[in-house]
Unconditional design. Structure first.
Length: 127
């Protein structure tokens, strides 16, 4: 078939399986959409919480769009405020993590598909 429609709220929440659902909801729709080259995820950083880890990539550039809520984004050593309809491009080698404000921070993330390209950053700190 030449197209696929899938409600992102119906995609499995990977945060539950990873044991991090107290702070995050993460629905990666690539398989559900039968996507070969493009990746999309629906992510919710729960109010007052931070993503439980930071990450970067080897080759994948990502674009995040804030759908609702406000919060902060730490990119390498910089902290930026983010809010509804902010679109954020992040180069592959930049370490990134989001923090929600007083409401859930709801994000869509777009990237090319590149399995195994993500790297968890162990020594990341918001301080």
């Amino acid at each position: 078939m030449g197209y696929t429609i899938k409600n992102l709220r119906e995609v499995e929440d990977a945060a539950v399986e990873a044991g991090i659902s107290d702070s995050l909801e993460a629905r990666f729709a690539n398989e559900d959409l039968e996507s070969e080259r493009s990746g999309v995820s629906y992510q919710v950083v729960k109010k007052g919480q931070r993503q439980p880890f930071a990450h970067k990539h080897g080759e994948m550039e990502e674009i995040y769009v804030v759908l609702s809520g406000t919060g902060r984004l730490k990119v390498d050593d910089e902290i930026e405020g983010v809010g509804p309809l902010d679109a954020i491009r992040i180069a592959p080698d930049v370490t990134r993590a989001f923090e929600a404000g007083n409401d859930d921070l709801v994000l869509l993330a777009f990237s090319p598909r590149a399995k195994g390209d993500a790297e968890i950053v162990q020594d990341f700190s918001w301080d």
